[in-house]
Design a protein around this ligand. Structure first.
Ligand SMILES: Cc1ncc(COP(=O)(O)O)c(C=O)c1O
Length: 444
């Protein structure tokens, strides 16, 4: 798959597969977020193959891919070094349910790359690893409540699938939001253990910390809020979280499922220079295979290391997934790799900014180069909190994204999510994307 990208032709093949899927897959999908992957289309795209920065659907349409499996396929699709290493593992046995050498080398590399990591445990998905970090924090402190921020996403499991996307009518007062379960089926007892706080508001944070003095095991956040269109922390805000947690004996957890190994070899904690007690990783860690980790400072991980706090998983750090992660991290740790991702993304951000500015369309392009989002705010100012996003023109983002899709650029379908830039993106890819951005804005 090289050369000029092909504009979106018909997608009847995808429609037919989706119709067929209704009979056997619940809702025709394997994850609730997949339904919207074609934006305004009432059916998702079925992708048949991928190579490097490009994917091809079952109808033969080709796209430059800035979803890259929600940031996971960071080395690109079917990356040759991964294919070679994984083929070798498949030939010698992909999983034994015992210990393996790749997991040790991988844990060592994570401890070398990530500031907070002194001990690591592996899991299979971000949701699981969040659960592990929360368990570790509760086990360490002997407390049960967790403070999370409105709009931040920490996976689908009961523990923290709360106030991810509350509607304004159910969200409660600004400073003391209600904990709103993301789905029926989450028990009230679990919801009661979650305290919800607005992001980037020091006074609201201190009020809630005071109100729950002695009750909180952890404060958890996305340091760059990928799931709120890459809302950035205000200068000094992460440092404030660090200070308050230290002073109150609360475990500070950074959910780096999106930022980890992408925003730089040490993730957001290195980029923004604030070291949490625990951090959670997935997505870019695995290079496209299902692996996750929670890692942290020795004293917090110690009860788990002793075996007092339990954590298990048949598939944790299988040789296949651990090898995939090892190859991926070794590459991301090479000089210049994450810098190239960052600089390429900055070029795209600038192109979107310019296209919007030239047409006098208010649009904030926010985040960092490696992960960013175009947000159609009413005044063009960046968002600072989840509730700001409720006042943006999400329909316009969906239209923009669809115009890009028609021109062979595949970006995240969710206005509240973000674009992810792959390591192998070339100047030609960037030129083609910038051209598509110009045309898409003209078509809006
Ligand atoms: C910040 C963050 N945390 C946790 C998760 C959950 O990860 P998974 O979907 O692998 O369970 C996600 C998934 O998108 C995420 O973005």
């Amino acid at each position: 798959m090289t050369g000029r990208i092909r504009a979106l032709g018909g997608t009847d093949g995808s429609r037919a597969w989706f119709d067929r899927a209704q009979a056997s897959l619940a809702g025709g999908i394997s994850s609730s977020s997949r339904l919207t992957s074609t934006g305004p289309h009432p059916y998702p795209l079925y992708i048949a193959s991928g190579s490097g920065t490009r994917i091809r659907d079952v109808d033969g349409n080709e796209y430059l891919d800035y979803l890259i499996s929600y940031g996971s396929a960071i080395l690109g699709h079917a990356a040759p070094e991964l294919t070679e290493a994984l083929t070798a593992v498949l030939g010698t046995g992909s999983m034994f349910g015992t210990c393996n050498t790749a997991e040790v080398e991988l844990a060592e590399l994570i401890c070398e790359m990530v500031p907070c990591a002194e001990l690591v445990r592996f899991a299979n998905s971000g949701s699981e690893a969040v659960q592990g970090a929360v368990r570790a924090a509760r086990g360490y402190t002997g407390r049960s409540k967790i403070l999370k921020f409105e709009g931040h996403y920490h996976g689908w499991s009961d523990t923290l699938a709360i106030s991810n996307r509350p509607g304004i009518s159910e969200a409660g007062p600004y400073g003391t939001p209600h904990p709103v379960p993301h789905s029926p089926g989450i028990p009230a007892g679990v919801v009661d253990d979650v305290v919800v706080c607005p992001w980037n508001d020091p006074a609201a944070l201190r009020t809630l910390l005071d109100a729950h003095r002695g009750e909180l095991a952890a404060v958890i956040c996305e340091p760059i809020v990928a799931n709120n269109a890459c809302t950035m922390p205000d200068p000094g805000y992460l440092g404030l979280l660090r200070e308050e947690c230290t002073a109150r004996g609360i475990v500070l957890v950074f959910d780096e499922v999106c930022t980890g190994f992408r925003t730089g070899p040490g993730g957001a904690q290195a980029l923004l220079d604030v070291v949490p007690d625990l951090a959670v990783f997935s997505k870019a860690l695995g290079g496209g295979l299902p692996i996750a980790a929670f890692a942290g400072q020795r004293h917090v991980m110690e009860p788990l290391a002793r075996g007092d706090v339990k954590h298990g998983g048949t598939y944790n750090a299988s040789p296949l997934c651990a090898t995939s992660a090892l190859v991926t991290l070794r590459r991301l740790n090479q000089p210049g790799v994450t810098k190239h991702i960052e600089e390429s993304g900055r070029r795209l951000m600038e192109a979107i900014r310019r296209a919007a500015h030239d047409r006098r369309v208010p649009c904030a392009v926010q985040g960092v180069g490696a992960m960013f989002q175009a947000v159609f705010t009413l005044d063009g100012a960046p968002t600072r909190q989840y509730r700001d996003l409720l006042r943006t023109d999400q329909a316009r983002y969906h239209a923009f994204r669809h115009e890009l899709l028609k021109r062979g650029v595949h970006a995240n379908a969710f206005a509240m999510a973000c674009w992810f830039v792959p390591a192998g993106v070339t100047d030609d890819d960037l030129d083609a994307t910038c051209e598509a951005v110009e045309e898409a804005f003209s078509a809006l």
